[in-house]
Design a protein around this ligand. Structure first.
Ligand code: Z5A
Length: 207
């Protein structure tokens, strides 16, 4: 694979979508071919899975949830991510495997060292394609409340409250501490431009 695979992670509404667009713009201007995608989603089937897993009216067990995210990922890797990487493109993906490790693992009482089963499932879903670099946008959930409220209707995960968001935050920080080479933490509370500058300097140094 000659392309680079960069994922963006963090708690809900922390600014991933905003920052991915700016990174894409910068990389495109510097001559790279860029693909923006997201999880769950990216393909017709994966978008259908997305509508199930985010539906606040459905009760899913954590195992069902994990398997649905993996099924969606398998489609997504096969149809979008792998062909783009083979063509030498840079893939910017809004959430990927670390979201599964946090949302379906660490927030359900697992520790980073207990993630072997989820990691094995993930390996099957991705065929071994893993991010070259992961940016975790980090912020105190309380300080993001206003951003989230302005957005209106909440999905199944956003409905779970501040303590859950703090739990998620600690999960992403724990993953970053365990894999500091791949996962870089960026403070998401500056202006859009300040955060973007930090992300770009990490990408330039690490990819
Ligand atoms: N999930 C899972 O459980 N397991 C998995 O394996 C995977 C996912 C892959 C997907 O939700 C859900 O699926 C997610 C985890 C779960 N949980 N939730 N909820 P999603 O894709 O619909 O949503 P999201 O990823 O959580 O977040 P988002 O809605 O896409 O938000 P964001 O991309 O991080 O933020 P944004 O849209 O760029 O910014 C939010 C607002 O803040 C917006 O109005 C911006 O204009 C504003 N903003 C952004 N940056 C700034 C700064 N710097 N200053 C001020 N305002 C800003």
């Amino acid at each position: 694979m000659t392309g680079k695979f960069i994922t963006f992670e963090g708690i809900d509404g922390v600014g991933k979508t905003t920052q991915i667009k700016l990174v894409a713009q910068h990389l495109t201007e510097s001559g790279q071919q860029v693909v923006i995608t997201r999880e769950p989603g990216g393909t017709a089937i994966a978008e259908k899975v997305r509508s199930i897993v985010l539906d606040p009216t459905l009760q899913l067990s954590v195992r069902t949830e994990a398997l649905l995210f993996m099924a969606s990922r398998s489609e997504h890797v096969e149809q979008i991510i792998k062909p783009a990487l083979l063509a030498g493109k840079t893939v910017l993906c809004d959430r990927f495997c670390d979201s599964t490790f946090v949302y379906q693992g660490l927030t359900h009482g697992l520790k980073v060292e207990d993630l072997a089963d989820l990691k094995a499932l993930n390996l099957q879903a991705t065929g071994g394609i893993l991010p070259d670099l992961t940016i975790v946008l980090d912020a105190d959930p309380e300080q993001l409340l206003q951003r989230r409220n302005e957005r209106g209707i909440a999905d199944r995960f956003e409905n779970k409250g501040l303590a859950f968001q703090e739990n998620l935050r600690q999960g992403f920080l724990a993953l970053a501490a365990a894999e500091p080479e791949r996962i870089k933490v960026v403070n998401a509370l500056g202006s859009v431009e300040e955060v973007s500058e930090k992300i770009l300097s990490i990408i330039i140094r690490n990819v």
